[in-house]
Design a protein around this ligand. Structure first.
Ligand code: SF4
Ligand code: SF4
Length: 485
């Protein structure tokens, strides 16, 4: 078999020269950022676990009921009729993400993304517990036998736990608790979904890992357009660090015994090329190569380098949170077009959302044309139109609705199924009705009526509806009683 050409340098941080996967086992670098991230991560895990148990206004804090197409966020439920509100909400979230990224770079990825939080603060600690931490004192190189079994058993337990909490966001904690206590045979579909989600979690955190950030996450791929030269990122101070060079084994003969000395100290930069920032990186990159799409902004390399700088007696911050512009020219511009534009768009979106929300009545009413014949001419000379009134009760109590056509006295509105006029909270009913109007009103083959929906003595909605009928000039006596089109 012919020998393949070898690449001149590493193409991807997670690929070996022969194209096989390079498994990363990042070293733990203790420091202020790791401590802070740990606190944030465990707080977020606690919040994520607690949210399904929290209720606001007798509703779950977050419930994404996909089959019912109802999405509840902190006491407010978006119904299928809330397309505009939902669109405004989603746009607000997206523009908010753009703004945060423009200001603080990938702070979400490094500090709050569930992929990072669970990988670095749940699955990797389990792995390190059983395989030993990478580094000088690593005790076990690769888990085997019992250790491997225990590792994957713990991974499975963690994945099952996460899958249950995750599904609670979609089905609610009560239904989930019922399922957990019942036999899977009583709810086979839900059980299969649970198994599938658990398997996905296990595959993600046990096998895919950093590949999710590198190749699957759309947010990571959009970084280049969302960041600018003044965005806050984890960056290496090239001017200060270069030319990099190994530390000399020699020690100063006098004065500062114990401190290692950099050979040709005056000529060299502060980077001693120890590669501690590389071996600690969860995506395997070298931050000294500049801003890279793979950098998730986790600040592990800052902690690693700060510790090295302290050891060699140099100031911390060779790798630090800064911006490309600040590192290159020493100047950082906070105010720039996108930082002004995004908040302006956000203000418009939030205002539109609040305004739309404040104008929401206690019911959503939609008028639909009846199925079948558009109209019928009755024996008494009146024309009947079928009408379907779809009412969604958004209030917290059961409501009894009444329908009328107040602006057209000669019109009569008949409800065919009176029971449907009573609607439970959050429920939707489609009420079938007939509107009867004298035929002579159909000047051009149609006439407009206002359909009013009332409940509890208040008018909930008034909607215009166009009735269709025969053209009186063309209505022959023999047509009466026959359906017309
Ligand atoms: S940890 Fe700091 S000193 Fe060591 S290689 Fe990285 S940048 Fe250079
Ligand atoms: S380069 Fe530094 S901040 Fe970026 S992912 Fe690697 S360790 Fe984290």
């Amino acid at each position: 078999m012919p020998k393949l050409l070898e690449p001149e340098q590493r193409v991807l941080a997670t690929l070996n020269q022969d194209g096989s996967r390079r498994w990363l086992r990042p070293r733990v670098s203790k420091g202020r950022f790791l401590t802070a991230r740990r606190v944030v991560a465990y707080l977020l895990i606690a919040i994520f676990t607690a949210i399904p148990y929290i209720t606001i206004n007798s509703k779950p804090a977050i419930l994404l009921d996909i089959p019912a197409r109802e999405f509840t966020f902190f006491g407010f439920t978006f119904l299928p009729t809330d397309t505009l509100l939902l669109a405004l909400f989603m746009l607000t979230v997206f523009v908010g993400i753009f703004l945060i990224t423009a200001l603080f770079g990938r702070v979400w990825c490094g500090w709050a993304c569930p992929q990072t939080v669970y990988m670095e603060f749940l699955y990797r600690p389990i792995e390190r517990l059983l395989e030993g931490a990478p580094g000088k004192k690593q005790t076990v190189k690769r888990a085997s036998g019992v250790r491997k079994f225990v590792k994957y058993a713990l991974f499975l337990a963690a994945s099952m736990f996460l899958a249950h909490i995750f599904l609670a966001y979609f089905v609610g904690i009560e239904r989930l608790s019922t399922w957990v206590t019942q036999s899977p045979l009583e709810h086979p579909t839900s059980f299969i979904v649970m198994v599938a989600v658990t398997a996905l979690m296990l595959f993600d955190f046990g096998f895919l890992r950093e590949q999710v950030c590198l190749v699957a996450c759309p947010y990571g791929r959009f970084q280049s357009v969302m960041l600018d030269r003044n965005s806050l990122i984890v960056t290496y101070d090239n001017k200060r660090g270069e030319p990099r060079g190994k530390i000399s084994k020699r020690r100063k003969k006098s004065g500062d015994v114990g401190l290692p000395v950099v050979s040709e100290a005056d000529a060299r930069g502060d980077c001693i090329d120890c590669k501690m920032c590389v071996t600690t990186c969860p995506t395997g990159i070298d931050i000294r190569d500049g801003l890279q799409m793979e950098c998730i902004g986790c600040a592990q390399c800052i902690d690693a380098c700060d510790a090295v700088m302290e050891k060699v007696g140099k100031p911390r911050g060779l790798i630090r949170y800064s911006s490309q512009a600040a590192v290159e020219s020493g100047r950082w511009r906070m105010v720039r077009p996108r930082v002004v534009l995004y908040p302006a768009v956000l203000a418009v979106l939030v205002s539109a959302f609040v305004l739309t929300l404040s104008q929401k009545s206690t019911a959503d009413v939609t008028l639909l044309r009846g199925l079948g014949r558009p109209f019928m001419v009755l024996d008494d000379g009146r024309v009947s139109n079928q009408l379907r009134v779809k009412v969604t009760n958004r209030s917290k109590e059961t409501q009894a609705y009444t329908l009328s056509t107040p602006l057209l006295e000669s019109a009569e509105l008949l409800v065919t199924d009176e029971e449907r006029l009573t609607v439970a909270p959050g429920e939707t009913q489609t009420i079938d009705a007939l509107v009867l109007v004298p035929a002579e009103l159909f000047a051009d083959g149609s006439v407009s009526v206002s359909v009013q929906v009332d409940a509890g003595g208040e008018t909930i909605a008034t909607k215009k509806y166009r009735l269709v009928g025969p053209d009186p000039d063309r209505l022959r006596p023999e047509d009466e009683g026959e359906p017309q089109r």
